[in-house]
Design a binder for this molecule. Structure first.
Ligand code: FDA
Length: 378
């Protein structure tokens, strides 16, 4: 073995695939029972509908190198992501656009009229002086739209009143002064034609790659554990950076999500893939309806059944899946301390969202793995 990769998410698999293609013998370990990290999906048993196990995953990128690379393993559908939100019994398009504004104010504003209105409403607070997330958001889009679409949704995501959240949690709130409600602005967008797991498995399918599942790097009863292998060969580590150092500079904080899945005997539950719930009286943040991610599979998916998943957000405990970095000042200090400690680890390369404590979209995880391979491991 020439290289050990800890974690089989997009970061780890990209490194493993590049190294294998260059003739290195690679072992990938993952503590889960499947490859693919959080992008893993599987078909719901009774319907065959593909469900994204760790939350909805939409692929999008403007990075030509990443786009060329991912197309070696999968083709992409022409799916274009759009999101709607329910507020006080009405459905509005997101991100906030001219359609949202005109529906909300029951008006027919032109782009320039809407821009002038939002500018006037946003004058209530100067964003540079904002003391908290609420003031910042009002300074960006004005109180009415903030209270309808941002306040309670943010409170549900963070289990915290936005008045008590730091202003830095948001840098901007996009408002589009046209009717474009495409969720992403990237050059390329789509879903893997044969599903995420087929894509991820193809990346690992190389004679030079051995994958060992249900294998935890910190489990000293298995041969490829941290104590036994660090210093023996190059290691790419994509697990949580704090765990690697026994939390010696503190545990970094994360938000997690809970999902409740239901199979319903209806052809179509909500008419779209993602519906947000903006109000406080609904405890979940959104509902995913998976058949809408693949309209091209209509002949394969049951006509009279659908799979929905409600999403609830909360702070993670040590036993939960870490999903989104909270990034408190203590977390930022912890990350800096861990970066110092990393310098003392010979031939261990930290990458991916857990290894660097950063939210990374899939294209970013793949792009940074390609750079690490090129600049540090090749
Ligand atoms: P990832 O977490 O996928 O993989 C790390 C792997 O390491 C895991 O498989 C884990 O089991 C393993 N591991 C950890 N500790 C270990 C140990 N001690 N021993 C062995 N293995 C260990 N992106 C996007 O582009 N579009 C989207 O729509 C979404 N949606 C989305 C929704 C939600 C809810 C989340 C949380 C994330 C997204 N993402 C996304 C981001 C996407 O999931 C992310 O880019 C990739 O998971 C990053 O891949 P990594 O390899 O860095 O981590």
């Amino acid at each position: 073995m020439d290289l050990l990769v800890v974690g089989s998410g997009f970061f780890g698999l990209t490194i493993a695939e590049r190294a294998a293609a260059a003739g290195r013998r690679v072992t990938v370990i993952d503590r889960r029972h499947h490859v693919g990290g959080n992008a893993y999906s599987e078909n719901e048993r009774s319907t065959g509908i593909e469900v994204h196990r760790y939350g909805a995953h939409l692929f999008h990128t403007s990075n030509a190198t990443v786009w060329e690379y991912v197309n070696r393993f999968t083709a992409f559908t022409s799916y274009v992501h759009r999101v709607y939100t329910t507020h006080k019994g009405q459905v509005f398009p997101l991100p906030i656009n001219l359609g949202t504004i005109n529906q909300f104010f029951q008006a027919a504003y032109s782009p320039s009229e809407a821009r002038a209105l939002i500018h006037e409403l946003a004058g209530e607070f100067d964003t540079k002086e904002a003391q908290n997330l609420e003031e910042k958001a009002i300074g960006l889009i004005g109180r009415p739209l903030y209270e309808a679409f941002i306040r309670d949704y943010t409170a549900k995501q963070w289990q915290t009143d936005p008045k008590n959240l730091p202003a830095e949690v948001i840098s901007r709130l996009p408002v589009r002064y046209n009717y474009d409600n495409r969720y992403f602005n990237d050059t390329w967008e789509g879903l893997p034609v044969d599903g995420y797991t087929a894509w991820l498995e193809r990346m690992a399918d190389h004679p030079n790659i051995e994958v060992k599942l249900n294998t935890d790097f910190f489990d000293e009863s298995q041969p490829l554990n941290k104590k036994a292998v660090v210093g023996q060969l190059p290691i790419v580590y994509t697990g949580p950076v704090d765990r690697y150092f026994d939390n010696s500079a503190g545990e970094l904080s994360w938000r997690t999500l809970d999902f409740t899945e239901e199979v319903l005997d209806v052809a179509d539950f909500q008419g779209t893939s993602v519906m947000n719930y903006a109000d406080a009286d609904v405890p979940f943040t959104r509902i995913h309806e998976f058949k809408h991610f693949h309209p091209e599979r209509a002949d394969r998916y049951p006509a009279d059944k659908t799979v929905i998943m409600r999403e609830f957000s909360r702070f993670a405990t040590r036993d939960d899946e870490p999903y989104y970095p909270v990034n408190t000042p203590e977390d930022r200090a912890g990350v800096l301390a861990y970066r110092e400690l990393q310098k003392g680890e010979r031939d261990v390369f930290f990458g991916g969202r857990l290894g660097t404590y950063q939210y990374l979209d899939m294209h970013m995880a793949i792009g940074s793995a390609l750079s690490m391979w090129q600049n540090q491991l090749n």
